[in-house]
Design a protein around this ligand. Structure first.
Ligand SMILES: Nc1ncnc2c1ncn2[C@@H]1O[C@H](COP(=O)(O)OP(=O)(O)OP(=O)(O)O)[C@@H](O)[C@H]1O
Ligand SMILES: [Mg+2]
Length: 236
């Protein structure tokens, strides 16, 4: 397994949010993580990327345990995280934001990778020297994803990629995720409240109150009306 999470607990201060989560992502797999507001989806991604400390449980990535490694060390090992809100630095240019994704790399192919990423996201090529603040919401999401990909990750965790985007753009980005998996072998863990993610995901988990309420092949979950009504947001 590329990512393996067992009995993970975590929270903020004395408030426990995650109550023993088990979740796996295989190499080149697309996994959806669904759940209503406050279920703990963002907290789970933060615990995996090391932004919030793990209280107990085991997480391994690419065959080795993640213990107290800081987020940068996890990123260097191939773990990408597109955070909730995208984390774009609005006063920097589009290119400067993109290059932040390469700070974990020491090889010389960054320029080449930047070029193929800009082929993938032509909107960004047109605006490379503009301040990131001038991008639309969809373009900012593209920039956040491109920045994560510039680190050459083995797994990218994306927190609510579809949030605030027009349905047509959501479809395009999900198709792109499918292509990246096929062409690069990149695995994805996609936190979503939009059920459209189930069209591209192999498997899905439903998180509720900090525990896994259901999991299985994405097609089976999307066929379950009851699950969808109970655990997926209204815009799903
Ligand atoms: N920085 C924080 N400090 C304290 N409590 C927090 C913090 N961030 C989140 N929480 C609480 O942790 C719980 C889980 O939040 P989390 O953001 O992980 O949920 P989520 O599933 O991502 O929700 P959403 O769909 O709204 O993004 C919520 O009760 C939330 O209020
Ligand atoms: Mg969240």
């Amino acid at each position: 397994m590329l990512l393996s999470i067992r009995e993970l607990t975590a929270g903020y201060g004395r408030v426990q949010v995650l109550h023993g989560v088990d979740l796996d992502v295989a190499a080149a797999e697309i996994v959806a993580l669904l759940g209503v507001n406050g279920a703990g989806k963002t907290t789970l991604l933060r615990a995996v990327s090391g932004v919030v400390p793990t209280w107990s449980g085991q997480t391994s990535f690419d065959g080795a345990a993640l213990r107290r490694e800081p987020p940068e060390a996890r990123a260097r090992r191939g773990l990408g995280h597109v955070p909730e809100g995208r984390g774009i630095l609005s006063s920097l240019s589009v290119r400067q934001n993109l290059r932040l994704g390469a700070t974990t790399r020491s090889d010389r192919d960054v320029e080449t990778d930047e070029q193929w990423l800009l082929d993938l996201f032509p909107d960004l090529r047109d605006k490379l020297t503009d301040p990131a603040a001038s991008l639309s919401g969809g373009q900012q999401q593209m920039l956040a994803i491109a920045r994560a990909l510039l680190a050459r990750p083995r797994l990218v965790m994306v927190d609510e990629m579809s949030f605030g985007l027009a349905p047509i753009l959501v479809t395009q980005l999900l198709e792109l995720v499918g292509r990246l998996r096929t062409e690069l072998g990149t695995a994805f863990l996609l936190v979503e409240q939009n059920a459209a993610v189930l069209d591209v995901a192999d498997r899905a988990y439903v998180l509720g109150s900090g525990t896994v309420r259901a999991s299985g092949p994405a097609a089976e979950l999307s066929d379950s009306d009851q699950l969808m009504r109970s655990y997926v947001g209204a815009h799903g």
